[in-house]
Design a protein around this ligand. Structure first.
Ligand SMILES: Nc1ncnc2c1ncn2[C@@H]1O[C@H](COP(=O)(O)OP(=O)(O)O)[C@@H](O)[C@H]1O
Ligand SMILES: [Mg+2]
Length: 238
């Protein structure tokens, strides 16, 4: 089999003296939607922060299209095409919706194409266009998530990583955002989705990795794992 788009091998990571991730191996298929699921505190955010260069790995490797990116730092990873939509959205107060979106493009110099990517986001989420002059932190939770996803898209990434798409949002909105991700994926963008809500993640993604206390405990297609009695009992309340 040819190498996956993003290949994480025996990754170790953590904070100070505390190791959080142990021997994590994950493969993200090119052009697909892959999810990482697990309970609160399992290490999902730590994994995304390590991929995006906010944390340096203590061991193992992270390769994007064969190139080692572990320890490159956030700008290096972003420049290679990985965008990170952080948990809690993290929009900037005092900046308009449009300026928050454009922050995603801060490493780019291709003005006309930035403009066309901005219009792509506005077509995808028309409410953001209507509210483009409004302070982004005054948007509703769902609109803030649209803005955070849009900001990620403005870097024109190869891989979009989203930490907790559904957190704090009404089911109808989550469904709408999930549909948006699926249509963005159809344009060729690879997506890595992190979710505590396993049911939601499995509806959107094709492949899944389950993380428990900093280790990958199970992996497979979402179809297979969705039938697994242990997953159904532990994560789907069945
Ligand atoms: N900044 C930090 N300093 C020390 N420990 C942290 C820090 N952030 C998270 N942790 C710990 O790392 C573990 C995994 O957290 P996290 O990656 O946020 O999990 P998840 O995103 O799956 O809920 C938890 O035990 C958490 O307490
Ligand atoms: Mg988290």
């Amino acid at each position: 089999m040819s190498e996956a788009f993003l290949t994480i091998d025996s990754l170790q990571s953590g904070y100070g003296d505390v190791q959080v991730l142990w021997d994590i191996s994950v493969a993200v298929e090119r052009g697909g939607i892959t999810c990482i699921v697990g309970s609160n505190g399992a290490g999902k955010t730590t994994l995304l922060r390590t991929i995006s260069g906010l944390l340096s790995p203590r061991g193992g490797s992270i390769r994007l299209e064969g190139e080692e990116i572990g320890g490159m730092g956030p700008d290096g990873v972003l420049a290679r095409g990985i965008a990170h939509v952080p948990e809690g959205r993290r929009l900037f107060k005092g900046l308009s919706v449009q300026d928050n979106l454009l922050l995603g493009a801060y490493l780019r110099r291709d003005r006309p194409e930035i403009e066309s990517d901005l219009n792509f986001v506005y077509d995808m989420f028309p409410i953001l266009k209507e509210r483009r002059k409004q302070d982004a932190t005054t948007l509703s939770g769902g609109e803030q998530q649209m803005c955070a996803i849009g900001r990620g898209l403005l870097s024109r990434p190869k891989l979009l990583m989203i930490d907790e798409l559904s957190l704090g949002l009404a089911p109808r909105l989550v469904e709408k955002l999930g549909d948006a991700l699926i249509s963005i994926n159809k344009t060729g963008l690879t997506i890595l989705l992190v979710e505590q809500d396993v049911m939601t993640a499995f509806e959107i993604a094709r492949h899944a990795f389950v993380i428990e206390t900093g280790r990958v405990s199970m992996a497979g297609t979402t179809e297979q794992l969705g039938e697994n009695p242990r997953i159904r009992e532990a994560y789907m309340g069945m």
